[in-house]
Each structure stands twice: as structure tokens, then as C-alpha cells.
Write a protein that binds this ligand. Structure first.
Ligand code: 5GP
Length: 374
């Protein structure tokens, strides 16, 4: 996920797929212009990257020229197409192939056709790297098409969102829904796992339980798992950076998620800052921290019940449970302050039926979405 200005974009078409499509177009064009020296006319600005890749792959004699039009502002075509750089004179009597970045409604194509209609060219063909058949007017035939896409706003590979994103070597699409990333806090027994399960379904969030992530990496012997193991085997604490790298790998596995629920991390102030830095590097942020609150005595009863069923020894011994609570109070309190300072802390009453608590948590998340829409 990347951020350009105020919007988020997610990966859509990989560089490899684009290169394959470019090569295919080159082959088609070459076959059609075997005994000719065509003039390729690159439509600026968006087509510069496509034209560059296309021309590098076009290993036959050819000439290159440029025109510049402007029409698009933000997400929707304004319909005004201005000529900023006109057709060069030398196209007279020659075969012209237009290199367009993307064909959307077709207004730009229409303008190009009318620009060239006053000149006597031998052949006139249009090549578009990306093409939106659902929106295109269909007025003119598009001779060579790279990749057909549905009616989505894309950036990268020359295409911009208000001038940003043109340099990206792959294509991203607008993420309509902004991400919501949460940190979930709560004492043992507060119902974090249970609630995270409901929330991830309801909001298409990915639950990242740090404990699970550790177990996964160690069990599967990933590089990070092996690294973590060397510390654990020496009786040392795993450095935060290793954990952060694991979380990073986890976040990258789910580009389609609408957000993440972090559980079990951060546990210290330093970790909270590293998590913020990780989020920032991905154009994301922690939007809210939810602390599921419940009275110690209620939680103890819950845990003792759970211990009877699960057989977990640490859930069966009241003094051990109280120790865990104390540890939580000591370590988590400063963290809650860290998030409170940023007005991101939401305390949620964790006493009640599972459904009622889910409802309370949903209210918090819904309010985050409302804030974003405002
Ligand atoms: P048309 O004139 O066919 O409606 O739109 C063509 C022009 O609009 C393109 O040259 C490009 O500048 C812009 N455009 C159309 N669709 C998109 C899109 O999905 N993303 C970006 N960044 N620009 C687009």
C-alpha cells in the first residue's frame, strides 16, 4: 500500500506483466510495419514510460516524436483537452503510431484523431498501454492494446494522481476504503482473541497476533524464525527489530486487507515507536488503540473457567494469573498513555456478552470510518 497526497493505492499490475504486454505490442506493431519506418508519437506526459520501454524493445528503424495534451484533473476527466505541444511537421506522408498511456472515455483519442485529420498521413494507428473498454466511447478502433482494465483509477508507470506516482514501475489502484489499523490491548482473559476474530470478519481486517507470528516463523524455519531462535536459545530477548521485520513480512502478505489488528505488540514505548515507523514507511498509520477493560476479579473467574477446559496451566493458578495482570499494569499503562496523547486511545468495557462487546468495538471502528469520510 502506498500513499499519494491524501489517497491510498494498492498494488494492481506488476512490472513483469507490463513488460510482457509491451513486448507483445512491439511484436504486433513490428509485424505491421515490417518495410516501413514509422513515426511513434508519444502522448505526454503519461506515456513517457510506456514509450520508453516500447521503443527500447522496438529493434527496427523508427522515429520518435511527442505531443502534449491535458485533460485529467484528479479522478475524473474534465472533458477539456488542451494542446500544449503540437504535431511535428515531418509526419506528412508518413505512417504514424500513437503511443498512449491509457484510454478512458476516449476524449483524448478523439482530439488526437482530429489533430491528425488535417495532415495527410500514410497510415494512422493507435497503441494504448492500458485501456478501459467499459468506459470507452468506442468511436475509433484501438489498434494495439496492452492491458485491458475495468473502470478503476490507476497510477504508476507514467500515470499520476495530481502529478505524483508517475515514477512507479508498477501500477497501483485506488484503495476506495481507507485502511483502519488497530492495536488491541487487554489483560489475559479480556477477550482479545475472540473479539479480533469477529472484527476481522466484519471489517476484512487481518489479525496479527505476535505470538502466532513468532510460532509460525520458528516452526517453518524462516530466516527471521531462525534468527529469533538464536536469541531465545541463548536465553536472550529477541531484539525488537526482528519482531518488527516479522510483522512487516506479515503486513506485506495481505495487500488486500482493509487494515490490521495488532495484538501482543507493542509492549514497550520503544516498540510503539517502531510500529509507528513501520506503518509510516508503508504509508499507513495506527488509527486507534482499543483497550478492552474488565475488572480483575471477573477476569480471574473467566480464566479459571478457561483453564478447566483448555488445560492451560497458567490459567489454572490464581497467583500466576495475578502476576500476569501486574505485569500488564506495569508495562501497558505507559503505552496507553502514549496512544492517549495522540488521541488514539479508546477504552472499551469488556464486561458483557460476546455480542455486546463486539457491538461496542464496532462502534469505535465505525466512528473511525466516519471520521475518514468526513
Ligand atoms: P480519456 O481522454 O480517454 O478520457 O482519458 C485519457 C487520459 O486521462 C489519459 O491520458 C490519462 O491522462 C487520464 N486517465 C484516464 N484514466 C486514468 C487513470 O485510471 N489513472 C490516471 N492516472 N489517469 C487516467
Amino acid at each position: 500500500m502506498i500513499r499519494l497526497h491524501d489517497k491510498y493505492f494498492k498494488p494492481y499490475i506488476q512490472a513483469g506483466q507490463i513488460q510482457e504486454a509491451v513486448q507483445r505490442m512491439v511484436d504486433e506493431v513490428k509485424a505491421d510495419f515490417e518495410n516501413e519506418v514509422p513515426i511513434f508519437v508519444c502522448v505526454l506526459n503519461g506515456a513517457f514510460m510506456f514509450a520508453s520501454d516500447f521503443l527500447k524493445a522496438y529493434d527496427q528503424p523508427c522515429e520518435v516524436s511527442f505531443v502534449k495534451l491535458s485533460s485529467y484533473h484528479g479522478f475524473s476527466s474534465t472533458g477539456i483537452v488542451k494542446t500544449l505541444l503540437d504535431i511535428p511537421q515531418e509526419v506528412e506522408g508518413r505512417s504514424v503510431v500513437i503511443l498512449e498511456d491509457i484510454i478512458d472515455t476516449g476524449r483524448t483519442v478523439k482530439e488526437l484523431v482530429s489533430m491528425f485529420s488535417s495532415i495527410n498521413v500514410k497510415r494512422f494507428k493507435i497503441a494504448a498501454m492500458f485501456y478501459k473498454p467499459d468506459v470507452y466511447s468506442g468511436e475509433y478502433n484501438i489498434d494495439y492494446v496492452g492491458i485491458k482494465i475495468p473502470n478503476r483509477f490507476i497510477v504508476g508507470y507514467g500515470l499520476d494522481y495530481d502529478e505524483l506516482g508517475r515514477n512507479l514501475p508498477e501500477v497501483y489502484q485506488l484503495n476506495e476504503k481507507k485502511m483502519i489499523n488497530l492495536v488491541l490491548f487487554g489483560k489475559p482473559g479480556a477477550g482479545k482473541g475472540t473479539q479480533a476474530n469477529f472484527l476481522k470478519e466484519k471489517y476484512n481486517l487481518k489479525h496479527i497476533s505476535t505470538g502466532d507470528v513468532f510460532r509460525y516463523n520458528m516452526k517453518n524455519g524462516t530466516e527471521l524464525g531462525k534468527l529469533a531462535k538464536t536469541f531465545i536459545d541463548n536465553g536472550e530477548l529477541v531484539p525488537d527489530q526482528v519482531t518488527i521485520d516479522m510483522l512487516n513480512a506479515e503486513v506485506e502478505k495481505f495487500p488486500e486487507a482493509n487494515g490490521f489488528i495488532f495484538d501482543g505488540f507493542p509492549r514497550t514505548d520503544a516498540q510503539a515507536k517502531s510500529l509507528d515507523a513501520l506503518m509510516d514507511s508503508k504509508g499507513m498509520q495506527i488509527d486507534a488503540t482499543i483497550a478492552l477493560e474488565a475488572d480483575d476479579e471477573v477476569l480471574i473467574q473467566r480464566l479459571l473457567e478457561r483453564g478447566k477446559v483448555s488445560g492451560r496451566s497458567d490459567d489454572q493458578d490464581e497467583s500466576k494469573i495475578r502476576n500476569r495482570f501486574e505485569e500488564y499494569n506495569e508495562k501497558t499503562a505507559p503505552l496507553l498513555a502514549y496512544y492517549e496523547e495522540q488521541s488514539k486511545l479508546h477504552n472499551v468495557n469488556g464486561i458483557g456478552s460476546i455480542e455486546v462487546i463486539t457491538e461496542r468495538l464496532s462502534n469505535v471502528i465505525d466512528s473511525l470510518y466516519k471520521e475518514q469520510d468526513a
